[in-house]
Design a protein around this ligand. Structure first.
Ligand SMILES: Nc1nc2c(ncn2[C@@H]2O[C@H](COP(=O)(O)OP(=O)(O)OP(=O)(O)O)[C@@H](O)[C@H]2O)c(=O)[nH]1
Length: 876
């Protein structure tokens, strides 16, 4: 068996060889060094003797291990306790902050409410003041427009708002001063910082540093555990404090650095608040008036507004607009009026939303209704057709529907509208038949008809006024139901009518088209119910709805001055319910509804959507087509009527010019209109076709020629009304205007051109069209110079000493530098001199010095060519 060496044995017992040698010596066992070998017997003796020592040592190690574990557990418990205490403290602190924040918010809310009340009172006073001023100030300059009045109010509101804000801010500042000092800077670092610091403190210092220290002490057995922990707590607190202080210092520094920025931000915030308040007010007003909220951001600009007016409406300096116009290549002065397109372009450039309002639109309102408030309403129908095809007979037959034969004689057409009930449903008819009224209404911006009944006599077929009616209804986008009348007549051929109408885009449903056809006899009252049911069917498709539970609005169908009753107007209610006593404005007249008559002449107290009633009580006579609207307050109605009257007077002075062949080019250039609308009237159909043929052959890629209506016959007032509504020119070929048409054209500024030879008409239209074409740009050479030498000119650089060989070169010319046939420069002249003098131009045969803009590389032998761009009117 191998001998055991001393150091092996020592190693086995976890002691040094020296220690083992000492033990061997004690046991009198001979061994000299660590490498000495020991007999087995000695080894077993050593083992026996050393056993208690070994056991004691194991116990010692075990005890130490236990102590260490205990210390660790204690340490963890303390740390957990501390973390919990800190968590509770942080929670309490947050609770306090929340309460404080709540208190501050409540105070701010109370203050805001007080401010709003103050503001509302100030606004009310301002409004009253403005109203008083307006009434007092009747001088023309003080009532230039409704918008400027609104602006004045807005300005006053702004001032009052500012004052109110300043005073409340002052108050708030005084109220907050002591508390702000108390928690000012601390407030800045409160959020987040302490909680973070506490978390850091519990994780880092007490855990690591403290733990290490405790480990040492535990081994050394010095100090009680309590002392250690209190020191740890103290250290953590100190750490926290310095950290909090540091963060506070940083926050204060930052705050002072940002104070200027903050002032700016505060100002911006105030401006934003003011804008929001103004918007809120507009929303409230719009809500009070049931107006469409989606339109609020849009600035309404009257058609033909001047640069100055637009600037005022948009609230921007006029220079901003002039500058933009200049860049758009249409320099205008402050008092010049702008085309619709220019207004839209400039507004778009300014990032603003505008709606150019025609004079009709200006007088109309856009209402908003919650879809939930909309209820089905009866359809409103107009009957149109050629003379003697039976319009009056049909309306008569309709009026007698559902009426017993004996009663018939007693029915009077009291007002310009009638209502019939069929299948328990109502249909309203506008009784002034014909497209004249229809288009006159449309020209005034009134859309009163939902459905058109086109009446065509089966024995006569499609006639000029049939076509006119189709064109008018189509232009208004109203669905057409065809009543083929007089089917009782021997020569009646309803299918021929259907066939003829297909040429005008009116195709029967049974043939796969869009239009419903009904065969009737107005005289013998055949098919009337069928026609009315078809109207209801068409109405169902249209899903006609309106809100009946609001202030009424609608259109005037006709109005007259009655000797006994004063102003009498028949109105069609399109929305809301009209009641006796309502204050309303219709066009330029206003008043209170004194009495109402329904279509049968019965006195009624209210009228809902699609009802037509005759009303008494207006102060003056409105015009057919005028929009009416009920106001909460009669004063508002009167104010609006006054404003409209004033506006109408101003408009009368600057009457909107219609297109004429002569001003066509100007109008086009101005408004970029690329359409030429024509109404063609001729003595025979052949002439219309010939003219239309030639028009179709013209190049219409840049200017489109629309024949919106053509018919055989004299130029009538209806033609003028249609031309007025569509901004068209009337071309008469072999026909003359009727007297009424002539005066209407003069009144409305509509151009009528009459010709007796067709090519002359074509020539004029073509000339006007070409005039509308954009001019062509042509380059014109001005002169040629040869570079003989170059020399340095102070401040200019290299200049070319030249000899003008051809023509004349001017200072404003564009120039090209040509070297060996290659253009090396194309630009402007920087200087043109003869000897030391700056000159405007130099002619052939003279020497001069030419400096080129931003170009120095001129060499003797180069050629300088001068040229100009000229705009030449197109001949095609
Ligand atoms: N046989 C027959 N004659 C009819 C019918 N409807 C109308 N008429 C006759 O046609 C003529 C013209 O009828 P109106 O109702 O006056 O025609 P209108 O279209 O109103 O005519 P204007 O008001 O002049 O435009 C009258 O003599 C009617 O009696 C019909 O269904 N059958």
């Amino acid at each position: 068996m191998a001998k055991t060496r001393v150091h092996d044995l020592a190693k086995e017992y976890g002691m040094s060889s020296k220690e083992m040698l000492e033990h061997l010596q004690d046991m009198k066992i001979p061994a000299k060094s660590a490498s000495s070998t020991l007999e087995d017997a000695y080894v077993s003796m050593v083992r026996k003797k050393l056993k208690p020592i070994l056991e004691a040592r194991a116990a010692e190690i075990e005890a130490a291990k236990r102590a260490e574990e205990e210390a660790k557990a204690e340490e963890a418990r303390i740390a957990a306790e501390k973390a919990e205490a800190e968590r509770i403290a942080a929670e309490e602190r947050r609770e306090r902050e929340r309460a404080e924040e709540e208190r501050r918010r409540a105070a701010a809310e109370a203050e805001r409410k007080a401010r709003e009340a103050e503001k509302a009172e100030a606004e009310r006073l301002a409004k009253e003041e403005a109203e008083r001023n307006r009434v007092r100030d009747n001088a023309p300059k003080s009532v230039p427009s409704f918008t400027s009045l609104l602006d004045q109010i807005a300005q006053q509101e702004e001032i009052l708002k500012k004052q109110a804000e300043e005073s409340s801010q002052k108050k708030a500042a005084e109220r907050n001063r002591p508390s702000r000092h108390a928690d000012g800077p601390r407030g800045g670092v409160r959020h987040g910082a302490p909680a973070q610091a506490a978390a850091d403190a519990s994780a880092a210092p007490s855990g690591d540093a403290g733990g290490r220290r405790r480990g040492k002490k535990g081994r050394r057995g010095e100090d009680g555990g309590e002392d250690r922990y209190s020191r740890m707590a103290r250290e953590a607190e100190a750490y926290n404090r310095s950290r909090v202080l540091e963060e506070a210092r940083v926050a204060v520094e930052e705050a002072s650095r940002e104070s200027t920025g903050r002032r700016k931000r505060r100002k911006e915030r105030r401006q934003k608040q003011a804008a929001e308040a103004a918007m809120e007010q507009r929303i409230e007003e719009a809500l009070a008036n049931d107006q469409d909220l989606s339109q609020l951001d849009t600035v309404k600009v009257p058609q033909g507004s001047t640069v100055g007016e637009l600037a005022e409406l948009l609230g921007v300096p006029a220079n901003d607009i002039i500058k933009r116009l200049f860049l758009l290549g249409t320099p205008l002065t402050l008092t010049e009026s702008m085309s619709d397109e220019l207004i839209e372009l400039v507004a778009d450039d300014l990032g603003r939303d505008v709606k150019v309002m025609t004079k009709e639109e200006e007088n109309s309102f856009t209402f908003y209704d919650d879809p939930a408030d909309l209820k089905p309403r009866p359809p409103v129908v107009t009957v149109m057709g050629h003379v003697d095809h039976g319009k009056t007979s049909l309306l008569d037959a309709i009026r007698h529907t559902g009426v017993a034969a004996g009663e018939a004689g007693g029915i009077t057409q009291a007002i310009g509208a009638s209502q019939v009930t069929i299948n328990d449903r109502i249909i309203t008819f506008i009784d002034t038949p014909g497209h004249e009224t229809f288009t006159a209404m449309r020209a005034r911006g009134a859309k009163v008809t939902d459905i058109v009944i086109l009446i065509v006599a089966a024995d006569d077929g499609v006639m000029p006024q049939t076509i006119e009616s189709i064109n008018h209804a189509k232009a208004a986008g109203v669905p057409i139901i065809v009543a083929v009348n007089k089917i009782d007549k021997p020569g009646a051929n309803p299918d021929k009518v259907r066939q003829e109408l297909t040429e005008y885009g009116i195709i029967p449903e049974e043939w796969g088209g869009q239009n419903m056809f009904v065969n009737i006899s107005a005289k013998q009252k055949i098919g009337i119910d069928d026609l009315l049911e078809t109207v209801l069917l068409q109405a169902d498709v249209l899903e006609l709805k309106a809100n009946p539970d609001t202030f009424a609005s609608g259109n005037v169908l006709e109005a007259k001055l009655d000797r006994g009753r004063g102003s009498v107007a028949t109105v069609l209610v399109t929305r809301g319910t009209l009641r006796i006593g309502d204050a309303l404005v219709a066009g330029m007249s206003y008043g209170r509804v004194r009495a109402m008559l329904d279509p049968k002449g019965n006195a009624v107290t209210e009228a809902g959507p699609s009802d037509a009633v005759e009303i008494l009580g207006l102060q003056s006579v409105p015009m057919a087509g005028d929009e009416f609207r009920v106001f909460h307050d009669e004063r508002d109605a009167r104010q609006l009527a006054d404003e409209r009257a004033l506006k109408a007077r101003i408009e009368e002075q600057n009457r909107v010019k219609h297109v004429t062949l002569e001003n066509l080019f100007d109008t086009m250039a101005d408004a970029e209109v690329k359409e030429l609308n024509l109404i063609i009237k001729a003595d025979v159909q052949g002439s219309i076709e010939a003219l239309q043929d030639s028009l179709d052959k013209m190049d219409q890629s840049e200017v489109r020629i629309n024949t919106i209506h053509s018919a055989v016959g004299a130029i009538t007032e209806t033609d003028v009304i249609l031309a007025d509504a569509s901004n068209a020119i009337i071309i008469g070929f072999g026909v003359r205007p009727e007297a009424k048409a002539k005066s209407a054209a003069e009144r409305d500024g509509v151009e009528i051109r009459t010709y007796s030879v067709i090519y002359k008409a074509i020539e004029d239209i073509d000339a006007a069209r070409i005039g509308m074409l954009k001019p062509t740009e042509v380059e014109v050479q001005t002169g040629v110079a040869e570079v003989r030498d170059t020399f340095k000119v102070p401040k200019v650089g290299i200049a070319a000493g030249c000899m003008i060989q051809e023509g004349e070169i001017s200072r404003d010319d564009q120039v090209r530098l040509v070297r060996d046939g290659i253009v090396v420069y194309d630009g402007k002249i920087a200087s043109l001199r003869r000897y030391k003098d700056d000159v405007k131009s130099v002619k052939a045969g003279f020497e001069c010095g030419i400096g080129l803009e931003n170009f120095q590389d001129v060499k003797p032998g180069d050629q300088i060519e001068g040229y100009r761009i000229e705009q030449v009117a197109r001949t095609e």
